[in-house]
Design a protein around this ligand. Structure first.
Ligand SMILES: Nc1ncnc2c1ncn2[C@@H]1O[C@H](COP(=O)(O)OP(=O)(O)O)[C@@H](O)[C@H]1O
Ligand SMILES: [Mg+2]
Length: 327
């Protein structure tokens, strides 16, 4: 399996890695919690690679990607004729992970009925294909990951407490990048070195001043963009400009989800208005209508944010000019 080098020297991060490495040798479920882009996938792969199961499959599953029925048959397999279109039986991803690790990514997105089925797997190591009566025993190690607050979801009754308890025997909290400035430095300099780029002495300053809601993934993208645009010698002014673009790109929903403690209602309002204007291609009348406010109210808001003229507002809701270099 492709395994990438995990970078980071901060005390907090080293302690975390030491902890997950110790977890690797056991077969108990692990729950990785952290914002998007902090390295949950990377850590899950590392745990598998260092576990006695490493010769067996590592099967990642995105729990948010498939609607309920499909998810169940993907996960547990199905018998021929279990539903229209089931021409051949399928053993499903859990059986495919036999002996290895099942990585349940975005576990917070799992619908309640599926949570019950997953609980059965965790409690008894047994599964049943859709449309079958036969029960099979499986040997899989479960690693789950989420960027949601599952305890809060339990209180809101959108996540089962018993499932949370089963999943989080070995909990790991991965701190956001802004809380590990040391790692930010290491990751940034190592990545730039690999790209063959050099830094201006003060280049790291703008990186340290931003709070990186998309964490390492976002940092990597910005640095790659800086390299493509700025060549081998990257100026801090270019980084500042790219970071400013990131600030304006962040949509209201990511704002609301990411650094909840820092975002104010006013930030979200501003972002919702700008997102809407962007969707309406700058047409204020239409945007105001869709937002359910008077056009004059929209004008007032834009004036308050000093964005009253289209020239001022446009760069803020312009598409990024460069493709996102997502992995
Ligand atoms: N500590 C790290 N060192 C090097 N690269 C990292 C580190 N953490 C994350 N990354 C990189 O950042 C990107 C996002 O990581 P990923 O594991 O997919 O995050 P998550 O699953 O938490 O959203 C990937 O390209 C990954 O390789
Ligand atoms: Mg991930």
């Amino acid at each position: 399996m492709h395994s990438e080098l995990i970078l980071g020297h901060s005390k907090r991060f080293l302690r975390l890695i030491e902890e997950v490495d110790r977890y690797a040798s056991s077969a108990w479920p692990i729950l990785l919690v952290g914002e998007t882009g902090v390295g949950k996938d990377l850590i899950a792969q590392r745990i598998h690679a260092r576990s006695p199961r490493s010769r067996h499959p590592f099967i990642p599953i995105n729990c948010g990607a498939l609607p309920g029925g499909l998810f169940e048959s993907e996960l547990f397999g199905y018998e021929r004729g279990a539903f229209s279109g089931a021409l051949q039986s399928q053993r499903g991803l859990v059986r495919a992970a036999q002996g290895g690790t099942l990585f349940l990514d975005e576990i917070g997105e799992l619908e309640l009925p599926l949570q019950v089925k997953l609980l059965r797997l965790l409690e008894s190591h047994e599964i049943r294909s859709v449309g079958s009566h036969r029960i099979d025993r499986v040997d899989v190690r479960i690693i789950a990951a989420t960027n949601r607050n599952l305890t809060e979801m339990v209180q809101q009754q959108t996540f089962r407490q018993d499932l949370l308890e089963r999943l989080s025997v070995l909990p790991v909290e991965i701190p956001p990048l802004r809380e590990r400035i040391e790692d930010l430095k290491t990751i940034a300099t190592t990545l730039l070195e690999r790209l063959g780029a050099t830094l201006e002495l003060d280049t790291l300053t703008p990186l340290k001043e931003y709070d990186w809601p998309g964490n390492v993934r976002q940092l990597k993208n910005v640095l790659i963009r800086a390299h493509v645009l700025g060549g081998t010698h990257i100026q801090s002014s270019l980084l500042r400009e790219l970071i400013d673009r990131e600030k304006n790109k962040t949509s209201a929903s990511t704002l609301a989800e990411s650094s909840t403690s820092r975002v104010t209602l006013a930030d979200i309002e501003r972002q919702v208005v700008l997102d809407r204007l962007k969707r309406c291609h700058g047409n204020r009348k239409k945007a105001a209508q869709e937002l359910g406010i008077a056009k004059s109210t929209l004008h007032d808001k834009l004036r308050k944010w000093k964005l009253e003229s289209p020239a001022q507002a446009w760069p803020l809701y312009r598409e990024p000019q460069h493709p996102t270099l997502a992995q």
